[in-house]
Design a protein around this ligand. Structure first.
Ligand code: 3PG
Length: 391
């Protein structure tokens, strides 16, 4: 059930779980993407005369209140993004403060994780939150992999609805892996294969092309007998990598590993580099990016696909020039999306940073605000915050 089903909210207190867990440094929000994602739901409810009570966590205070983890710090930047005044409500005297709010008002409640019982989904904390509201809206897909009081428990305690951002995330993910148009390609990159094993195992039976990049590709190359020199490689996982390659074969999924690579003797910005065939990596060199020939071939793969799901960069993209492959393939995907031939959905912490760096995040069909939740969804796991909305 979505906001379309919520009925008349005028004067009603709506607890809206948002994800305000934004990157924060030197007193400033360094990326306000998650704040912007909340606007449709919060503005719609406020415009309809609801008393909007935003519930969110900030960092991992583990039940210990402290100024460092206070959401009071996010209120001003949040006001700027919303273009509306926002009240801050502390956990001391919150009920009295909420009672002074009027229809249309928006308040941010203090960090839910200041209660130890939040992460334990403690009934007493669920009751504590529920007492403040009449209705519950979960708009935080990116926190939906947590079965916490504010993300899961409340959905069983108050009439519960999915917010607009949650709805958009679920629609996009359904299009990408639920009922996608084939052929489907997945790009899975990142440093370590150990963090993505479940993702890869889930994808091989579902996608037609699995493009493996980043440091994790080295483990697969090693599994295929390639000497990867000094490259990051989880040698203890080459057996698992082989199993994944065999499972892909059996499922008719084509796995794409780089066949040319960019190597260097040291990992720093702009060191001397060589572009070589994967079989020509010297013992003292490390693979830091996919090579240009492989990137061009991957672009051709995407041209023949209808759906793309992307998680993780192809190279060590934060350090030039090892962003080259990620930027090039992201631009190809963005162009195909603009042409209407590809539905492209991306997510996961580094992925969004990489697409922003390539300047194409806005050209993808959908970019998820989720990190861990996106990965768990790619693993095929049920997210408790989503499941609770449908029960
Ligand atoms: C995130 O940043 O991915 C979400 O806000 C969840 O935060 P958590 O990993 O601390 O639960």
């Amino acid at each position: 059930r979505t906001l379309d089903d919520i009925g008349d909210v005028r004067g009603r207190r709506v607890l809206v779980r948002e994800d305000l867990n934004v990157p924060f440094a030197d007193g400033k929000v360094t990326d306000d993407t998650r704040l912007r994602a909340t606007v449709p739901t919060v503005a719609e409810l406020s415009d309809k005369g609801a008393i909007v009570l935003v519930l969110a966590h900030f960092g991992r205070p583990k039940g210990v209140p402290s100024p460092e983890f206070s959401l009071a710090q996010v209120v001003k930047p949040y006001e700027a993004v919303l273009g509306r005044p926002v009240r801050y409500v502390d956990w001391e005297g919150d009920a009295a403060a909420v009672a002074t709010l009027r229809p249309g008002d928006i308040a941010v409640l203090e960090n839910t994780r200041f209660f130890g019982g939040e992460e334990k989904n403690d009934a007493a904390v669920v009751d504590r939150f529920a007492a403040l509201g009449d209705l519950y809206v979960n708009d935080a897909f990116s926190a939906a992999h947590r079965a916490h009081a504010s993300t899961e428990g409340l959905a069983h305690r108050l009439p519960a609805f999915a917010g607009r951002a949650m709805e958009a995330e679920l629609d996009a993910l359904e299009k990408a892996l639920g009922r996608p148009e084939h052929p489907v390609a997945a790009v899975v990159g990142g440093a370590k294969v150990s963090t993505k094993l479940a993702v890869l195992k889930h994808l091989v039976g579902r996608v037609d092309h699995l493009i493996i990049g980043g440091g994790m590709a080295n483990t697969f190359l090693a599994a295929r007998g390639v000497d990867v020199g000094k490259s990051l490689c989880e040698h203890d996982l080459t057996g698992t990598a082989e199993e994944i390659l065999d499972a892909a074969d059996a499922a008719g999924c084509t796995v794409h590993l780089p066949y040319d690579v960019v190597v260097a003797r040291e990992f720093r910005a702009n060191p001397p580099v060589r572009t070589v065939n994967v079989h020509e990596v010297a013992a003292d060199e490390m693979i830091l990016d996919v090579g240009p020939a492989a990137v061009e071939a991957l672009g051709d793969v995407l041209k023949n696909c209808r759906t793309l799901v992307w998680n993780g960069p192809l190279g060590a993209f934060e350090t030039a020039p090892f962003d080259t492959a990620t930027v090039a393939l992201a631009k190809t995907a963005a162009a195909l999306t603009k042409d209407g031939s590809l539905v492209s959905v991306a997510g996961g912490g580094d992925t969004v940073a990489a697409l922003n760096h390539a300047g194409v995040a806005d050209d993808f069909t959908f970019v998820s605000t989720a990190g861990g939740a996106f990965l768990e969804w790619m693993e095929g796991r049920e997210l408790p915050g989503v499941a609770a909305l449908t029960q």
